[in-house]
Design a binder for this molecule. Structure first.
Ligand code: PMP
Ligand code: GLU
Length: 397
């Protein structure tokens, strides 16, 4: 008998984490899998941040922290927003959670009523739609494509809106496409949103620092809509701290208060040690961020160049994040032995089984026809992965 709630029965598991799990299992069986599925920096956390975590243990940061995070961390976040983004926030507008994922879910829970519509430009990160489902909302997918650089316009967003629209989720730099909205594009979205003051927008800026085209632009910089914007960010990607689980929202006070109330009931303040490490990340030297960005840029050039040489794979040059997102429709209807490729899921599975390279099907990002490869791994792994993918695809006829 299924005694689970409808809420959980309706929830899909995370495809990125599932694919990563699958590749770990294969590796445990002795298969030499190259894991390009999950998106996380392969670098170790910088030494000065690790030292701060150790110091926090020695200094007995072992008690409950305030629910929204230590004031000193929220001040460091405000200082970061001022220094890097020219944005003014006060510490009571910041809530620190268990990664950006947690704060995204909190923000969606705090803003979306059952039946409310949430516009999600696609391709979109795997968890948005599921979080909206958890809140009982309805996702309205606004499809983009490689030809449109995987972006949507203010006009397209406005055309998708109606009286039920409550929220829009914009991810820039984007997971999975790497697309980055420039100043002019954000400005026109802001102008459009200023005509719809009841519609909120979540700006997922977790890949802020993985940007190969210039300065990060935030939707929150447009004063007319600042009260409508909830920024999501954190230390996972910029500082190679995925396991520390520190993310935050910077939001209008009423949203921050709501999220704080919710955290007070079901999670409390997040790990005290990780918070002190994150504080060191924001307050310390930022050289490590740039060093990792440069490495990601070199790897992007490497993997995109190698993939572009493979006949049948179509891909553009991503502007940010650490994903390549090639179109794979060319292989539909082709087979290798008994394996027939009908869609992107089949192709991702084929690459795992045949090439021992783990990727994620575009369908997981509401964008069938593509696959996602994370290039947050060594040059050597990328070269070997491209070689294996090329050989496996060449067998399809
Ligand atoms: N947003 C996007 C677009 C992501 O790719 C991720 C990575 N998992 C997150 C949010 C969450 O990041 P974290 O919870 O590790 O801070
Ligand atoms: N953001 C990463 C990814 O998309 C981490 C995995 C996840 O949280 O889904 O692969």
């Amino acid at each position: 008998m299924n005694r689970l709630s409808d809420r959980i029965n309706a929830l899909a598991p995370s495809a990125t984490l599932a694919m990563s799990q699958k590749s770990s299992e294969l590796r445990a069986q002795g298969v030499d899998v190259i894991n390009l599925s999950v998106g996380e920096p392969d670098f170790f956390t910088p030494d000065h941040i690790k030292a701060a975590a150790r110091q926090a243990v020695d200094d007995n940061f072992s008690f409950y922290s305030p629910v929204p995070g230590y004031l000193s961390l929220r001040q460091a976040v405000c200082e970061k927003l001022r220094r890097e983004n020219g944005l003014e926030y006060t510490p009571d507008q910041i809530v620190v959670g268990n990664g950006a994922k947690h704060e995204l879910c909190n923000a969606i829970m705090a803003l979306v009523n059952p039946g409310d519509e949430v516009i999600i430009p696609t391709p979109a990160w795997v968890s948005y739609v599921q979080m909206v489902n958890l809140a009982g909302g309805k996702s309205v997918l606004l499809t983009s494509s490689m030809e449109k650089n995987f972006k949507v316009t203010a006009d397209e967003l406005e055309a998708a809106m109606n009286e039920k629209t409550r929220l829009i989720i914009i991810c820039s730099p984007s997971n999975p496409s790497g697309a980055i909205y420039n100043y002019e594009e954000l400005k026109s979205i802001a102008e459009m949103l200023s005509r719809h003051p009841d519609v909120m927008v979540i700006a997922d800026e977790i890949y802020e620092h993985i940007n190969y085209v210039g300065k990060h632009e935030s939707l929150a910089q447009f004063d007319a809509i600042k009260e409508q914007v909830v920024i999501i960010n954190g230390v996972s990607k910029a500082y190679a701290m995925t396991g520390y689980r520190i993310g935050y929202i910077a939001a209008p006070l009423w949203v921050a208060k709501a999220v704080n109330k919710m955290q007070g009931q079901y999670t409390s303040g997040v790990s005290s040690i990780a918070q002190k490490a994150a504080e060191a990340a924001y307050n310390g030297s930022q050289d490590c961020v740039e060093e990792m960005r440069v490495a990601f840029e070199r790897r992007r050039n490497l993997i995109v160049g190698l993939l572009q040489e493979i006949p049948g794979l179509e891909l553009n040059m991503p502007d940010g994040a650490f994903y390549a997102f090639p179109r794979v429709e060319h292989y539909y209807g082709k087979r290798c032995g008994d394996t027939l490729i009908n869609d992107d899921n089949d192709l991702a599975l084929y690459l795992l089984n045949e090439a021992h390279v783990a990727t994620v099907a575009g369908s997981a990002f509401c964008c069938p026809g593509y696959i996602r490869l994370s290039y947050a791994t060594s040059d050597e792994n990328l070269r070997e992965a491209a070689k294996r993918i090329s050989a496996a695809l060449a067998k399809l006829a």
